[in-house]
Design a protein around this ligand. Structure first.
Ligand code: TYD
Ligand code: MG
Length: 452
């Protein structure tokens, strides 16, 4: 009998080693190297074998290929469709990653329950009764959604063959195992092999498959990077678990743009699609409060108006505290230094707390000016006039810098009833006859004198 061949794999990044080592030289993680059985490699030549394969694909001219782009399955979920680029493509593999408890299972079950065609939801994590309880919370009485609790791929394919579903959801890829590989479920080679089997199934049967993937501490999808290369689309579900808003992004999409964004709100009865995110992210306070400013940002392709809150108070301890939620703390420090130098504010003896409401985090530099305005407003305890919003970056010299897609931001602000938007003087604006007043500023000093 031939000796089984084994190799050592890093469980974190998938790097292969010939012998065991304590630390992975690729990702620098300790104790992640595990021995796994590998398949014997075929030493056959690349040249065609003597027997011709009748089914093999032949090359075609581009003009001869039939166009099938309109063939997309509508998932009945506008946000999900948008992120996918218009719906699920038959035979495609989609990987949905996200932190535990963020709502991946809820999202996919909800989509499966809404679909008008046969869906098989395979769960390796929860029992059928648990899923039933969840389904009851979301939407009872769906005749098209079948639940299977199984982790062995061979058994799953057997059920698929008899059920013939139009969509297969696997929750999650880390729980699957195949008989052809001996290592434990969740190991690199199991994940790779199970994914390969599912890809083969999807491509041959033209059935779309959605996989749930767990993510590791540092936010990458657990398992080999190769998994992300194998699938067609990689989606990420993110948000702060303590808040209700969730953002669905696409990190890779072979059938559409990766700049699209879906926004959901987690409710007692599942996830609600948020079609007008700006309206929900801005609190509707009747009174004017100091320390809040509205920024017109763009997330992916979507314009989004968000509320920034700042609190400036006298430092109690020797070193002033700086804390930012949803905003880069280093950038906050930089903006404070600019304020100190250019606008003459003595912020060194003040604690500064910054928060972006709704629990979302933003890295669009176009919110700089709104952050500064919120800080200045809290410092002076003077509210910023209602109907004002900001869309500009601030440079180290206190100059107001132009931002991308300014027209889109202006239009969104106008749609939501804002009366004035502050933008950089050097921003080229293509819009004409806007109802909203466009206030052009070039220095932070100008902004201070206009606002206070
Ligand atoms: P879940 O979908 O199990 O997360 P994941 O699969 O990503 O680990 O999400 C569970 C969380 O969502 C849990 O904390 C409860 C909450 N939830 C609601 O708030 N409303 C609902 O209708 C459902 C089904 C879950
Ligand atoms: Mg889950």
């Amino acid at each position: 009998m031939a000796k089984t061949k084994t190799a050592f794999f890093c469980q974190n990044c998938g790097t292969q080693y010939a012998k065991w080592v304590g630390q992975c030289s690729a990702c620098k993680e300790w104790n992640t190297i595990v021995e796994e059985v590998v398949q014997k490699e075929d030493k056959r030549s690349w040249k065609a074998s003597s027997v011709s394969d009748k089914k093999a694909n032949k090359p075609l001219r581009v003009s001869e290929i039939t166009h099938e782009s309109e063939l997309r399955l509508d998932t009945k979920d506008q946000e999900f469709n948008r992120v996918l680029g218009g719906g699920l493509v038959p035979g495609s593999l989609t990987l949905l990653g996200g932190e535990p408890g963020i709502g991946k299972s809820t999202l996919l079950l909800q989509i499966a329950l809404k679909l008008p065609f046969k869906t098989l939801y395979v769960s390796g994590e929860e029992s059928q009764r648990q899923i039933k309880m969840r389904a009851d919370r979301i939407q009872p009485n769906s005749e098209n959604c079948y639940i299977l609790t199984e982790t062995k791929t061979q058994n799953i394919f057997q059920q698929i063959a008899s059920l013939e579903p139009d969509l297969v959801v696997i929750d999650s890829i880390q729980t699957l195992h195949t008989d052809y590989i001996e290592s434990a479920a969740g190991s690199i080679s199991q994940i790779r092999e199970c994914a390969a089997e599912l890809i083969k199934f999807a491509k041959e049967s033209h059935t779309p498959v959605i996989l749930v993937g767990h993510i590791t501490k540092d936010g990458t999808i657990a398992g080999p990077k190769i998994l992300e290369h194998m699938v067609d689309t990689v989606l990420q579900f993110e948000g702060d678990r303590n808040y209700v808003y969730r953002i669905l992004r696409s990190l890779k999409n072979r059938f559409g743009s990766t700049a699209e964004l879906g926004i959901y709100e987690m409710q007692g009865s599942g996830l609600r699609e948020v079609n007008n995110p700006s309206e929900v992210l801005i609190s509707k306070n009747e009174e004017d409060l100091s320390g809040t400013a509205i920024a017109a940002t763009v997330e992916g392709m979507r314009p989004l108006l968000i509320e920034i809150q700042a609190l400036v108070s006298t430092a109690v301890y020797g070193t002033p505290q700086r804390s930012a939620t949803g905003f880069n703390a280093k950038r906050l420090n930089m903006l404070l230094a600019v304020l100190e130098k250019r606008a003459g504010f003595k912020l060194a003896a003040k604690d500064v707390f910054l928060n972006i409401t709704g629990g979302i985090s933003v890295d669009d530099p176009a919110i700089d000016l709104a952050v500064m305005a919120a800080i200045l407003s809290s410092n002076a305890d003077i509210p910023i006039e209602k109907g004002l919003c900001f869309a500009a970056e601030v440079g180290l010299a206190g100059e107001i810098r132009p931002v991308q897609r300014v027209d889109q931001r202006i239009l969104e602000a106008e749609k939501l009833g804002f009366t004035t938007i502050y933008v950089s003087k050097s921003n080229k604006i293509g819009l004409k006859n806007t109802a909203i007043q466009i206030q052009k500023v070039s220095k932070i000093e100008d902004v201070v004198s206009l606002l206070f």
